[in-house]
Design a protein around this ligand. Structure first.
Ligand code: CTP
Ligand code: CA
Length: 224
């Protein structure tokens, strides 16, 4: 388009990034979560802002500073994250779902601290809503980007998620590889897109990788 700028290719665009883990409460003092540090999501938000986008970061609980030029909305559970993303979806040009959303939550949250008893115990879990899939079903013109951390069959699972969630891209990483994925400062990914698009990036610092990933997608989607 005539407005495309090489330095600020996302100027005038609104990018929503989700990052970090979610926290699913068991009782007033306990919760279920995962090892997501939020680093990749925060790096994606920083890259979006650097490329000129109005950038909103919807973040689960992490110990990271808000990148400059980015507005953060803090959330706790998968349900909170879903509601926050839906508020912003109509006005978004791109949604990047870097968050490690819990797939299950306790079926009930105990009002009082659960006391221990003799013997084993069981927590009944129910499924959370798949945020990316929900966005995929409602998609208008938004570019939808998901992440997938896999320990095996990376390409197969990533391509399956691309179709199942109606995403435009799935950025997949093999978390069994050294120095990649949860809590590392570097990552090694392959991007899968519609029409058989596939591109592998070398192991890079997450900030650098985020910039490369977003530049690639921006070029493919908005520079035409
Ligand atoms: N995702 C989501 N909402 C969920 C679960 C996942 O939006 N309740 C998103 C993630 O943010 C990510 C993508 O879906 O962008 C893939 O997440 P992943 O956990 O790899 O996929 P799942 O569909 O949950 O499959 P599984 O965990 O069984 O591999
Ligand atoms: Ca999952």
């Amino acid at each position: 388009a005539a407005h495309f700028s090489k330095n600020n290719p996302l100027a005038g665009k609104k990018v929503v990034v989700t990052a970090g883990p979610t926290r699913e409460r068991i009782d007033p003092v306990r919760f279920l979560t995962n090892f997501s540090s939020g680093k990749m999501g925060y790096a994606m938000a920083q890259a979006a802002a650097e490329l000129g986008a109005e950038t909103l970061l919807i973040s689960g609980p992490v110990a990271l500073e808000v990148p400059s030029g980015v507005t953060r909305i803090s959330v706790e559970s998968a349900q909170d994250m879903l509601e926050a993303v839906l508020q912003e979806y109509d006005s978004a040009d791109m949604v990047i779902k870097t968050a490690a959303v819990a797939d299950y939550r306790p079926a009930a949250i105990a009002a009082q601290k659960v006391k221990k008893k003799d013997g084993n115990s069981v927590i009944e879990l129910e499924r959370t809503i798949d945020i990316l899939k929900t966005l995929g079903e409602m998609k208008a013109n938004q570019i939808l980007i998901g992440f997938a951390a896999e320990t095996d069959h990376v390409a197969q699972y990533a391509k399956d998620k691309l179709e199942r969630k109606n995403a435009d891209y799935i950025i997949a990483n093999d978390v069994s590889a050294a120095q990649a994925g949860f809590d590392h400062d570097t990552n090694e990914v392959t991007v899968y897109g519609q029409g058989g698009f596939e591109k592998t990036f070398p192991n890079l610092p997450k900030t650098e990788l985020a910039h490369e990933l977003l530049s690639l997608i921006t070029e493919k989607e908005f520079a035409k």
